[in-house]
Design a protein around this ligand. Structure first.
Ligand code: ATP
Ligand code: MG
Length: 334
């Protein structure tokens, strides 16, 4: 049994979970009162957040003093990059160069890690090395360490969200028929193409459930809290409010669908013998009424399912329906 619990501090909800194989030993979920990721919080908010976390941990019944936490994809550079076949030192230089171009921080202010996902076995000309590269601003990782110190928790590992999602869904997938995972949070949406414990590609779209609420607020002239309950009550139902919800929400949903399509097309171009015919939906945004038929329609031929991380786990009944919001925390806890 791991000696640590998983901690996913989302911009609206904080998820924590302690697991033992297929058993959930302790679990908790609470509101992030600031409605933003840690990287966007002021110092006073971060300190106040440590009180929120301390209370949540206590209420969840977790008695471990070690945690593995995730940093939002919005705060990191996390990408599968392709390079021509080259030696490891050359690859290291090429990655540094790529990060210099793509990350808005000097090299001295980021922590970088990378792992080779695929190295071609024979060289016929166009083969590429596939590398997963993650760069985290040191300032952000230090914030997590300091917050955990204040709470009295040892942070055994800090990682971005994609590896945790992959750990949760990867074991049951296949490399010949990978799945797309759409993790629809509040601030943003992760799109991942995942095989058997293998990452093919990923992309972060900086729009999520909050953007949908905002569209409803604007379209109907409502305050945000009322727009949020409209969203949860009507979703994408065509037969409610004269179909105005679909019209209002379409721009943001189609934006995410557009990014997903780009990843699917890029995958198809590269792996012509393989196909993606499953889309796993997670995150609070996946509860949007009508989202599954909407995506099934938009993606034609792809089976869209909810990504219930508790499907084959023993968990307290009142948390059973929260399977789609716990995949990251669950992956961290493994
Ligand atoms: N029934 C529902 N219908 C539509 N949207 C919902 C529903 N329930 C929750 N949501 C939305 O899910 C989002 C929160 O999901 P989640 O808890 O996964 O986000 P988060 O992890 O806090 O955010 P992020 O990962 O972006 O930092 C909110 O935007 C919320 O409005
Ligand atoms: Mg989240």
């Amino acid at each position: 049994m791991p000696a640590y619990f998983g901690l996913d501090i989302g911009s609206t909800s904080v998820k924590l979970i302690q697991t033992d194989g297929n058993r959930v030993k302790a679990i908790g979920i609470g509101t992030n009162p600031f409605g933003k990721p840690i990287s966007a919080m002021t110092n006073a908010e971060k300190i106040s957040m440590t009180d929120v976390l301390r209370t949540l941990i206590k209420e969840s019944g977790i008695r471990l003093d070690k945690a593995v936490a995730s940093i939002s994809e919005s705060s990191v550079f996390s990408r599968v990059l392709k390079f021509p076949v080259m030696s490891t030192p050359e690859l290291s230089t090429a990655i540094k160069w790529e990060l210099d171009q793509s990350v808005p921080f000097p090299p001295s202010e980021i922590e970088t890690s990378w792992s080779v996902l695929e190295r071609p076995e024979k060289f016929e000309g166009n083969e590429k090395i596939s590398v997963y590269v993650v760069a985290v601003p040191t300032k952000i990782s230090e914030t997590y360490v300091q917050m955990c110190e204040l709470i009295g928790i040892e942070l055994v590992r800090l990682e971005n969200e994609i590896p945790a999602l992959n750990r949760t869904f990867g074991p049951v997938l296949s490399n010949e028929k990978p799945a797309a995972v759409l993790d629809w949070g509040a601030s943003g949406t992760n799109i991942v193409i995942s095989g058997k414990n293998k990452l093919f590609s990923n992309f972060y779209v900086p729009v999520g459930g909050f953007a949908l609420t905002k569209l409803i607020a604007d379209a109907f002239g409502l305050p945000l809290d009322q727009a949020e309950s409209y969203k949860r009550t009507y979703g994408l139902a065509k037969d409610q409010l004269e179909g105005k919800m679909v019209v209002a929400l379409k721009p943001v949903i189609d934006n995410v669908v557009g990014e997903l399509r780009k990843l699917l097309i890029a995958f198809k171009d590269e792996y012509q013998d393989n196909s993606i015919n499953k889309l796993i939906l997670t995150g609070g945004g996946s509860y949007l009424i009508g989202l599954i038929p909407y995506l099934t329609d938009a993606l034609g031929g792809v089976e869209v399912v909810m990504g219930d991380t508790f499907a084959s786990m023993a968990v307290e009944a009142k948390y059973k329906s929260l399977g789609p919001v716990f995949p990251i925390a669950n992956g961290l806890s493994q």
